[in-house]
Design a protein around this ligand. Sequence first.
Ligand SMILES: [Zn+2]
Ligand SMILES: [Zn+2]
Length: 181
Amino acid sequence: MSFASDTESALVSAAVLVNTARGGRELLPDQAALTALLDADNWTGRRDGTADELHAVQALRPRLLELWGVTDVDQAVVMVNALLEESGAQPRLARHDDLGWHLHVTADDAPLADRMAAEAAMGVLDLIRSGEFTRLRWCESDKCDAVLVDLSRNRSKRYCDTGNCGNRAHVAAYRARKSVR
Ligand SMILES: [Zn+2]
Ligand SMILES: [Zn+2]
């Protein structure tokens, strides 16, 4: 199963955002951290650079985290539909920079947190309608409470992408590849 690139990037972005609140730490403490996150993720559209905007994005994280917290798809559907409604989602096709036609879920001038909420909701929507909701999972490292989205063909992703866990898994995979060569 492979998903649309819109879906994949929306889900990865959602996981990255949720993981800025992992382990009881605040990894999105200020505007600079938010700007770095947005730039790393190639977010376009409106950015206010205000405290209100930062707080709205911070407050979105527990809402998105709930999607990883449920196993019942029907519950997830309620959450996704609520996020879409509250964020004023208006799906449309857009093209800019060197990207081809792709999905924008809200108007470009919608508040940042609303756009992030709507994008995440659309990503999860796509998982659910494909019968793939279980791809929202948690990192299997003992010392880690990060979330992940498993977009691998064979559902083999076990570790998050936040740093150590992913590196460890990567090193293990590299060794495994070398040993079969
Ligand atoms: Zn775009
Ligand atoms: Zn991890």
